[in-house]
Design a protein around this ligand. Structure first.
Ligand code: SF4
Length: 210
């Protein structure tokens, strides 16, 4: 099976397991997803959702985040890993959105990654989940681990992994692929003790004996 056939088979099998792949982060607006995704680095989506439940009631717009004293914002997200930097990035992004993008979350990779604290992973999530725009594939820790185990890449660097995945995956599936690998990584192909015997990818996985 060549790599393009293999990725189609992976998508076919995983979509049966997870019929509605989407982010586990809770949001109602593009800016809320941007904030939630910045908060989610090194933090579980469950914990981010707990924090944003009250955060999104308190802060309704980019202007609210831009104008609040930084110490207050820091305190509001202080149970999140790296809250100090994340508060700075969220406030700086909110200010830049107002100054350069008419307070609207932009729709291109270049514009999104010009925001403080927004790298390709965050930009890909926002572009695909909010706008249905596919400029790349979000590579988080699960996507990285599964891509390596499934033999879809030999690289460790997320940007190189993303490039390898983009070369073999139909563009319309870029968003789905990321979500499906994340869901499967959480449920079955966990970092420690992957559950090979329960895995629908067992037959086509070169790491089934690890
Ligand atoms: S067979 Fe094992 S290593 Fe391969 S994807 Fe499934 S759980 Fe992960």
């Amino acid at each position: 099976m060549n790599p393009k056939e293999k990725i189609k088979e992976i998508l076919r099998k995983l979509i049966k397991e997870y019929p509605r792949p989407k982010t586990a982060l809770t949001f109602k607006t593009p800016f809320e997803l941007l904030v939630a995704t910045i908060l989610s680095a090194q933090t579980t989506d469950v914990h981010v959702n707990k924090v944003t439940e009250s955060l999104f009631k308190k802060y309704k717009s980019a202007k609210d985040y831009a104008e609040v004293p930084l110490d207050v914002l820091r305190k509001d997200i202080s149970s999140i890993n790296f809250y100090n930097n994340k508060a700075k990035h969220i406030q700086a992004s909110a200010k830049m959105l107002i100054e350069r993008f008419n307070a609207t979350v932009p729709k291109t990779m270049d514009e999104l990654t010009s925001l403080p604290g927004v790298a390709r992973k965050t930009a890909n999530i926002v572009l695909s989940d909010v706008y249905g725009v596919y400029e790349g594939i979000a590579v988080d820790t699960h996507v990285k681990r599964l891509s390596l185990r499934l033999g879809l890449t030999n690289h460790d660097d997320p940007v190189k992994i993303e490039k390898d995945l983009m070369e073999i995956t139909p563009k319309g599936e870029w968003g789905n692929l990321s979500h499906l690998l994340i869901l499967h990584g959480r449920k079955i192909c966990q970092a420690k003790n992957p559950r090979h015997q329960e895995c629908v990818l067992y037959d086509i996985c070169p790491s089934r004996n690890i």
